[in-house]
Design a protein around this ligand. Structure first.
Ligand code: FAD
Length: 583
């Protein structure tokens, strides 16, 4: 066993983790940062982001407008103090990236260009063609390499947090190539492990997004907040779930049904308005667009395909030049994965699980209730996304709150004394013993694929676009049974070298924990808000449910649920209006 001593351990080297690492290093070069990632940093999911990052850049847009779009888009479940901080710091965060070398698209005069995005009433999404995430991650990665105090541990799998007396002291981990156990000791730990889309079968999320960090914090006693809110993106490619960016609609793409009809005009993408304005249509928010697909499907107006029902996303009218300049990856993906060249034919698409609004409960400073433990990025719920995230807010979120987490963790590390190493021995032994139990368990009938498939089927049927009491109740029981059966799971590979089966088994454990939290929270929220739609409770109920849900880990028992007030500073809950076309 190897022990690494650091001041700040960061789990996750995606956008949030790298941004946090840079913030620690810039604030104090003497602090030792251990940056732990189960994949090489550039393979983190941030790399897959296409559309862009939101931040106010020019009039007529204003910080107030960004605030209002975010709060109403989140169906008033966002903490408004966090949203205020977010919109204020967004432009600076994006400019900072520019100074570090991020190649944002520019107009002929040399100014940064912005594009429209769903639910945003002004153009404010900065983009680098449709490879924004790649350029952002590359910029952060190369910048992080300037700082000798950041030591990377690539392909190291984090297992558990070390916590005692309400404070964190580090993590346990495995070196994936050799299987060697590693203990990282530090007085500050930042979790930046991304989302948990893989809890569902059909998702845009990379295979690594299994909610490991959420489960680590949850098991250690930090509740998962608003975890019932799972975003469906309306335009995934059938079969693979690969995303076709909202940027395609931002540039003017149309959604049509089997009759070539723009069906979104039939749906209430916002209540009737006193003054008729053009409908938001394709630029409505993601929750509403995905729900419209569900209704269209029930009316028999979707298109049958080998991989289920689809509708068509038509961008032909943009022309080859615009498509190649602004949406080259959309063309590449459509050709490669569905054999369609969007210059000449519409792209088949269907809703797909995309983003977890909920996550590790933090305060506005990215701090959790465990002293020294912080979380940022998609794994965290700070919360600026409320019940429904607006596209392009999260790439900015990882920058703004990644930096915050780094600064807070640095300050905490400077002020703390590290625990006596020996005090952690029992927790360390327990963590590695759990891994050995999976490795050494005699052959049983439970397999990773078997349990994962059952979890997927449950989540899709009970916790998909629409939910209802009976199915959720049943899912709570069934997922508890799956967790029970997981304890007897065996694997065939007993070696220590690149044992991918072992890591899949550990990821499955995290998915079961997070999935269980999702169905329990969805059952408890008897209203419809944002991405959480109950067929049996179709209205938003501010009297009873204008609060965050907190799901607490119950070990072998079912989780328990408590609530936390939503911070409202200046926007009182109102109806969500999407009458105005994005300009
Ligand atoms: C296809 C796609 C397109 C998107 N497009 C946009 C967009 O245009 N605009 C927008 O705002 N948002 C977009 N999003 C959302 C946004 O990209 C993500 O929310 C954001 O990038 C998450 O960043 P992160 O740093 O929190 O996590 P990630 O980038 O997912 O990084 C997670 C890190 O945690 C590490 N990790 C996880 N578990 C472990 C473990 N057990 N041990 C060690 N390390 C671990 C991983 O190795 C990785 O380094 C998109 C998402 C997807 C899936």
């Amino acid at each position: 066993m190897r022990t690494v001593h650091a001041d700040v351990v960061i789990v996750g080297a995606g956008g949030a983790g790298l941004r946090a690492a840079i913030a620690v290093a810039q604030s104090d070069p003497k602090l030792r940062v251990a940056l732990v990632s189960k994949v090489y940093p550039m393979r983190s999911h941030t790399v897959a982001a296409e559309g862009g990052a939101a931040g106010v850049i020019k009039s007529p847009d204003t910080l107030d407008a960004h605030f209002n779009d975010t709060v109403s888009g989140g169906d008033w479940l966002c903490d408004q103090d966090a949203v205020e901080r977010f919109v204020e710091q967004a432009p600076k965060a994006l400019r900072q990236l520019e100074h570090w070398g991020c190649p944002w698209n520019r107009d002929d005069a040399g100014a940064v260009q912005v594009r429209s995005f769903g639910g945003m009433k002004h153009q404010r999404t900065w983009f680098a063609a449709d490879k924004s995430g790649f350029h952002i991650l590359h910029t952060l990665f190369q910048t992080s390499q300037q700082f000798p105090s950041i030591q990377r541990f690539d392909e190291v799998f984090a297992l558990d947090l070390l916590c005692a007396d309400g404070a964190v002291g580090g993590i346990t981990a495995l070196h994936m190539q050799s299987g060697e156990p590693i203990v990282f000791l530090a007085s500050s730990v930042i979790i930046a492990t991304g989302g948990a889309g893989r809890v569902f079968p059909f998702t845009t999320n990379g295979a690594i997004k299994t909610g490991d960090g959420m489960a680590m914090a949850y098991r250690a006693g930090v509740p998962l907040k608003d975890i019932e809110f799972v975003q469906y993106h309306p335009t995934g490619l059938p079969g693979t779930g690969i995303l076709i960016t909202e940027g395609a609609r931002g540039e003017g793409g149309l959604l049509v049904n089997k009759d070539g009809y723009r069906y979104l005009q039939d749906y209430n993408l916002g209540p009737p308005e006193p003054h008729p304005r053009p409908k938001a249509m394709e630029l409505g928010p993601r929750d509403r667009l995905s729900q419209s697909f569900w209704h269209e499907q029930r009316k028999g107006r979707t298109i049958k395909s080998e991989f289920g029902d689809v509708v068509h996303l038509d961008i032909r009218h943009l022309g080859e030049k615009v498509i190649d300049e602004r949406l080259p990856m959309v063309r590449e993906l459509a050709r490669a994965y569905v054999g369609v060249d969007p210059v000449y034919a519409p792209i088949p698409v269907r809703p797909v699980v995309h983003y977890t609004m909920g996550g590790i409960d933090t305060n506005i400073d990215a701090a959790t209730r465990i002293n020294g433990l912080y979380a940022a990025g998609e794994c965290a719920c700070v919360s600026i996304n409320g019940a429904n995230r607006l596209g392009s807010n999260s790439l900015t979120e990882i920058l703004v709150f990644g930096e915050h987490a780094g600064l807070q963790a640095a300050q905490h590390a400077r002020a703390s004394k590290q625990h006596d190493e020996a005090a952690w021995e029992p927790a360390i032994a327990e963590s590695f013993a759990a891994v050995r139990a999976v490795l050494e368990r005699p052959k049983s009938s439970e397999t990773i694929v078997g349990l994962r498939t059952e979890l997927h089927d449950l989540m899709e049927s009970a916790a998909g676009i629409y939910r209802e009491e009976a199915l959720l109740r049943d899912a709570c029981k069934k997922v508890a049974a799956l967790r029970q059966r997981y304890r007897t799971l065996s694997i065939d590979d007993h070696s220590m070298v690149f044992n991918t089966q072992l890591f899949q088994a550990l990821e499955l454990g995290a998915m079961l924990d997070v999935g269980e939290a999702m169905v329990h929270a969805a059952l408890a929220r008897r209203e419809s808000r944002g991405a959480h739609q109950r067929l049996d409770f179709p209205e938003r109920d501010d009297q009873q449910f204008l609060h965050h849900s907190l799901v607490h880990y119950g070990g072998e028992q079912p989780p328990s649920i408590s609530t936390k007030p939503v911070t409202i500073t200046r926007s009182q809950p109102a109806a969500r209006v999407y009458g105005g076309a994005a300009t």
